[in-house]
Design a protein around this ligand. Structure first.
Ligand code: GLY
Length: 387
């Protein structure tokens, strides 16, 4: 039975994270971290992956809890590289504009009022809008626009949509919000099964726009529930409610959350696919942190609605997930040979039935580090979300 993380443990975890982040700073100020570690260490790469916003986001979170201007300075250096990336259209032919530009550039605009960051985030929002498919009403995840074998969206995209709500607020242009809501409606209608497990990817008919079929890329099988896909569903629905006030999204959030929690092993660290509940399959600790963030976001929404019992329940479950990560996955600040914050994440695990390339199995993953840090800062109570 896992108990809730205590305030002392939360502060200890933040101290731990700051220590590792500061140690990593020289290596990743003018370069980015790879998607995941290789044997415990992030390779330094250029700003080309879908994940590079997470390290910058970690720096902003680190800045917020320490006031250390060297962290803000490094984040602003990264912002320039994000601006160049979108202006020159480098590796942005996909939907992951929110993952890239929200924790890096929206955060920089929010915290420092940096005009280059605002410009870059708005360009990224436009790029995301350009991937909207009228036929089927969805944002196409990957590949050439309109290509038959890529005429699909993926559940992860729910986390890209806050960039559009932000762009609508910044510019007053309704189109950003309309597209976010239309995509959400398509996702809500198709991505969840009757037991509230989820499909990773979903194909639409290119000619009629009708829903075709769910498939997986990174999950075990088309009909299983990839742990991180379910986690993106949990957090994405909490955010969809907060941005739209549509109660049906919050109702669905409850069911999708319940499914996630019902598939956890004793130590509460999910296996990489929720089809597994015991045994030696690798875990994906990042899913636990993502869900904790979703629960904390939803708890705030319930509090505003004066639904205090639900607010208490989701906050408590978030703290238990965080305690599980703290106990089983957090890297110690004196641990050698590893430079990520959270161990036991899984990026892509090959199965006999999926289509991914195996990479980053039982490693630190950059979003796992980021959402762990976000959960720690969120739980402190005074964080203004950039999602
Ligand atoms: N969005 C891709 C992943 O979660 O691995």
């Amino acid at each position: 039975m896992i108990r809730e993380i205590s305030e002392k443990e939360r502060l200890d975890a933040i101290d731990n994270a700051l220590c590792i982040i500061r140690r990593n700073l020289p290596e990743y100020t003018y370069s980015c971290q790879d998607t995941s570690t290789t044997d415990g260490i992030y390779k330094a790469i250029g700003n080309t992956e879908w994940t590079t916003g997470f390290w910058t986001g970690e720096l902003w979170l680190g800045y917020l809890c320490s006031g250390d201007e060297t962290l803000a300075h490094a984040s602003l250096i990264a912002v320039e590289s994000f601006r160049e990336r979108i202006r020159k259209h480098i590796a942005v032919d996909h939907h992951d504009m929110g993952f890239l530009y929200t924790p890096s550039c929206v955060a920089a605009w929010q915290i420092k009022g940096d005009a280059h960051a605002r410009e870059a985030a708005l360009l990224a929002a436009d790029n995301l809008v350009s991937r909207f498919q009228e036929k089927g009403s969805f944002i196409q995840a990957w590949g050439e626009m309109g290509a038959e074998d890529n005429y699909r969206y993926i559940i992860d995209c729910l986390l890209n949509l806050p960039l559009l709500y932000w762009a609508e607020k910044e510019t007053g242009k309704q189109i950003y919000r309309d597209i976010a809501i239309r995509h959400t409606e398509t996702c809500v209608a198709n991505s969840f099964r009757s037991d509230y497990s989820s499909y990773h990817t979903f194909f639409m008919d290119k000619r009629t726009g009708a829903p075709l079929r769910g498939e997986t890329c990174q999950g075990y099988r088309a009909d299983s529930s990839w742990a991180r896909g379910q986690a993106w569903g949990v957090y994405g629905l909490a955010l969809a409610y907060r941005h739209t006030g549509r109660k049906e999204y919050l109702d669905l959030f409850e069911h999708v959350s319940e499914y996630f929690m019902s598939r956890l092993p004793e130590d509460m660290i999910p296996y990489w696919d929720l089809i597994f509940t015991e045994g030696d399959e690798p875990r994906d600790s990042s899913s636990a942190s993502i869900v904790a963030c979703g629960f904390l976001d939803a708890a705030d929404s319930y509090e505003k609605m004066q639904e205090y019992e639900k607010a208490r329940k989701y906050r408590s479950d978030a703290k238990k997930l965080m305690k599980a990560v703290y106990d089983s996955c957090m890297t110690g600040k004196d641990e050698s040979g590893i430079n990520g914050l959270v161990k036991h994440g899984t990026y892509s695990k090959k199965s006999p039935y999926n289509t991914c390339t195996e990479y980053g199995v039982d490693e630190c993953v950059s979003w796992g580090d980021y959402y762990w840090m976000e959960a720690l800062v969120r739980l402190g109570g005074s964080w203004k979300s950039w999602w």
